[in-house]
Write a protein that binds this ligand. Structure first.
Ligand code: AMP
Length: 580
């Protein structure tokens, strides 16, 4: 008996998935399918994308639908349009041999009139994003009264995106519901609350440990000074010539800037960001999916729902603010049993966060040296030579050129021919990397002792719990401006960058208090920053900026800097005026 048949699925479904090449159920399918086929059990599945979870809920759902009834019997709610389409596509494949069963997507950014028309034709499974679904309910264009099964897919993502009220609304409006099936990669409190408020004795199935990343993902991190982040990214891309990668940045501005710079330098890259129309976004995604572009860069919000097979590398250009987001990012690689690499570029002040990540995803992170220019050239060279050896030379045309070629290369050795071929491809690389810098953050022996780094051989260093903030290539600057002057962190950062005409990459940590702030800045850029700020007037008051020689203040500190500078010449309630 076929393994899927043994789980209780009907013949038509088994036939379809067999044709799709599914031979054995994935672990989540094995556990979920028999439970879900009962139809009446609430279910919580902790599983990432790539584990086969769509089939885990999709197959039982298709099995349970009564095809003689032409009203919505199942509702799948998911966070994004992309995921919505993806789920529909999967269901269409699974139901290939089932007659009289229709599945309809409902998502924003497309004509609601058309979607309403489709729904009126009598669909049994609706796959929807929360916003458009609510819109449909309010227009009375969809009847959820007889929905028996509600699936919440990527519940944590939906809650992250602020759909909590919408989900509550949907669950309250499916009064004849027999079960809820909830799938989530992580189990934050808000997801637990759904289970507590709406579910009855749910069966919980966890794939691996809770909040655990896929074991096939290799986690690597690279420590570089803040100003070398971009060069490090380039180095990592160059060092991995076969990369099909997804790069994450924290902000839209970073995504755009990095894309622009890399494109100018000839890299095959496009970005996904909130400013794109749905049509532009679809085009970028289609190009990435078909591998017409090698690299895609995105913010976490823009990347929601990206579901592409075969991504070899995920690169965190910056660590995410919310560490749980790391799980989502890294889960874009190593899908469907393949392995993948998740690389994180961080500066030495962030390295301690790697510890928390190791705990969060329950996996070891390897600190690797950023490859030297020489390493890159060598890697590229042999990659090219591999391609040379794999080239298809079966076309008979080449044979006809051979006599001429032989004549042309008479007296030229094989070595010389190889060198020439290599030179054609590599001269630009060699030239570019000839005098390249070492991008690794410097760790002298004292610092290494303090930071707890120890060599573990093979160019790899592991990190111990302690993390020193003493000498990491940064200067700490004190400035007598703070939140009282109307600043918050982002506006303050923008302000000092605008005034100094420096790039964000030179900055490390910023600690802004009521009266003062401390700014960590690359040593080389510190004089320029001081020069552009110190002695200027802000709101009619003299601005003081100087090197602070103590450490960063903790929240309990009193807001005076290490030298006791601070509040003396302030008055309350000053208006912000442009700096002169
Ligand atoms: P998902 O986690 O649902 O996004 O599935 C990830 C990928 O695995 C999709 O491309 C599925 O088609 C594929 N897949 C799901 N279940 C199986 C299975 N039992 N055998 C082989 N491939 C599968």
């Amino acid at each position: 008996m076929n393994a899927f048949e043994a789980l209780g699925l009907n013949e038509q479904l088994v036939q379809a998935i067999t044709e799709m090449g599914f031979e054995t159920p994935t672990p989540i399918q094995e556990k979920a399918i028999p439970v879900l086929l009962s139809g009446t059990t609430d279910f919580v599945g902790l599983a990432q994308t790539g584990t086969g979870k769509t089939a885990a809920f999709g197959l039982p759902l298709l099995h349970l639908i009564d095809t003689s009834q032409k009203h919505p019997q199942a509702l799948i709610v998911c966070p994004t349009r992309e995921l919505c389409i993806q789920i529909c596509n999967d269901l269409m494949h699974f139901k290939k041999h089932v007659k009289g069963l229709s599945v309809e997507p409902v998502y924003g950014g497309a004509s609601i009139v058309m979607q309403i028309r489709e729904l009126k034709r009598g669909v049994q499974i609706v796959v929807a994003t929360p916003g458009r679904l609510i819109d449909m309910i309010e227009r009375k264009a969809i009847d959820l009264q007889k929905v028996k099964y509600v699936v919440l897919d990527e519940a944590d993502e939906m809650l992250n995106m602020g759909f909590r009220d919408d989900i509550d609304f949907v669950l309250k409006n499916t009064v004849l519901r027999e079960s809820i099936w909830l799938f989530s990669a992580t189990m934050p409190t808000a997801v637990k609350a759904i289970s507590k408020n709406f579910m009855t004795n749910p069966i919980e199935v966890t794939m691996g440990k809770k909040n655990t990343a896929n074991v096939n993902i290799h986690h690597q991190y690279f420590i570089t000074p803040a100003h070398s982040r971009y060069d490090t990214l380039k180095r990592l891309i160059d060092f991995n010539p076969g990369m099909y990668g997804l790069i994450f940045t924290r902000t839209k501005a970073d995504a755009q800037e990095v894309t622009e710079r890399l494109s100018k330098e000839g890299y095959d890259i496009e970005s996904l960001h909130g400013d794109l129309t749905q049509q532009q976004r679809d085009k970028v995604m289609a190009r990435f999916r078909s591998k017409s572009i090698q690299l895609l860069i995105a913010t976490d919000v823009a990347a929601r729902g990206i579901d592409v097979d075969g991504i070899t590398h995920v690169i965190n250009y910056e660590l995410p603010d919310d560490m749980e987001v790391y799980t989502h990012r890294s889960g874009r690689t190593a899908r469907a049993g393949k392995s993948g690499i998740c690389m994180t570029i961080c500066h030495s002040r962030e390295a301690y966060k790697i510890r928390s990540l190791e705990k969060l995803v329950n996996a070891q992170f390897h600190k690797l040296d950023i490859p030297s220019g020489k390493d890159v050239c060598r890697k590229q060279f042999f990659h090219f030579m591999d391609k040379l050896m794999e080239a298809d030379i079966s076309n008979g045309e080449y044979e006809t050129y051979l006599p001429d070629l032989q004549k042309k290369f008479e007296g030229v050795s094989k070595d010389d021919v190889l060198k020439r071929v290599a030179a054609l491809e590599f001269n630009h690389f060699l030239k570019y990397y000839q005098h390249s810098d070492d991008l690794n953050a410097k760790t002298d022996s004292r610092e290494r002792r303090e930071t707890g780094f120890r060599d573990t051989g093979a160019g790899e260093r592991r990190e111990r719990n302690t993390f020193s903030r003493s000498d990491n290539g940064y200067s700490r600057l004190f400035i007598n401006l703070g939140t009282k002057d109307g600043f918050y962190k982002a506006s303050f950062l923008q302000f000092i960058l605008d005034e100094s005409n420096l790039k964000k990459e030179v900055l490390g940590k910023i600690d802004i208090r009521e009266m003062n702030a401390w700014v960590e800045i690359d040593k080389a850029a510190a004089p320029k920053m001081i020069k552009s700020m110190d002695g200027k007037t802000y709101n009619g008051r003299l601005v003081r900026m100087n090197e602070a020689d103590g450490g960063f203040k903790r929240a309990s500190d009193d807001g005076r800097n290490d030298r006791g500078e601070g509040r003396s010449d302030r008055s309350e309630g000053r208006k912000r005026i442009p700096m002169r």
